[in-house]
Design a protein around this ligand. Structure first.
Ligand code: BGC
Length: 246
């Protein structure tokens, strides 16, 4: 088995990658980020992945992909913040064939959750642990005594006249020009609802906004421990890489 894998985190806004040490979760290279193409079709995203392989001189070597959709056996079953042509698309076969290397694909939030569980804030925690990534959408990874329940979609919980990610994602914060108290208040409403539905012991806040945790933490008041993701926005890359070794 390889000691290191290129992890690539495909998001609605950015596509980033780094080479990851599978034993420690450490980044062995700097992180490189590209903008997600405005029309994010499979071919357009493939081009960016090829750029990353070239940047890291990683042609022909193993890679793991985190993708922002429900993923079953390498096939995308949804396409919320990416081009609709991904829905029903076999990402794993497509990339493995095009790039001529075995490629694994996992939901981006599940990837981040696995990284936090192995190396970060949830390190081997028992009980019910939920990681929420707040970015373009809201991703979620649910663990019970360390076992992942894949493809939980808390961001798509019906909320007001829309869904949760339309109300309390980082994109919603920017779109609506929310200050930290306003954003913290919205997040608190969502967390309370989720907490009532599944009684988590711990909620981990991930995504780019995890680095600003101290600003909205004062507005969160729920009956569970709430902590920021230790691996911050790198959790997705690390998790995508380690998933390839499972
Ligand atoms: C998608 C999830 C994804 C999340 C974060 C949601 O819109 O449905 O699968 O994990 O965004 O990218």
């Amino acid at each position: 088995m390889s000691e290191s894998v290129l992890g690539i985190d495909i998001g609605g806004t950015g596509i980033k990658g780094a080479v990851i040490d599978l034993q420690t979760g450490a980044l062995l290279t700097k992180k490189i980020k590209y903008k997600t193409p405005a029309v994010s079709t499979p071919d357009a995203v493939l081009k960016i992945i090829r750029n990353l392989l070239h940047d890291f001189s990683w042609e022909g070597k193993p890679l793991g992909i985190g993708f922002p959709a429900i993923i079953k056996n390498g096939v995308a079953k949804s396409a919320a913040n990416v081009d609709k042509s991904w829905k029903g698309f076999d990402i794993q076969s497509f990339l493995s064939q095009e790039l001529e290397v075995p490629t694994t694909v996992v939901n981006d939030a599940d990837a981040a959750g696995m990284a936090e569980f192995r190396f970060g804030s949830a390190n081997n925690m028992k009980g019910t642990v939920l990681l929420l990534t707040l970015g373009t959408g809201i991703g979620s990874a649910l663990f019970r005594d360390g076992r992942l329940v894949p493809n939980v979609e808390m961001g798509h919980l019906k909320w007001l006249d829309s869904i949760a990610e339309d109300y309390a994602s980082n994109r919603a914060r920017k779109r609506d020009g929310l200050d930290w108290p306003q954003f913290g208040g919205r997040l608190n409403e969502i967390l309370n609802h989720i907490s009532f539905l599944m009684s988590p012991d711990m909620i981990i806040i991930g995504g780019g906004i995890s680095k600003n945790f101290e600003f909205y933490e004062p507005y969160i008041d729920i009956d569970a421990t709430v902590v920021p993701a230790m691996l911050k926005n790198e959790a997705g890359i690390i998790g995508a890489a380690i998933y390839s070794s499972f």
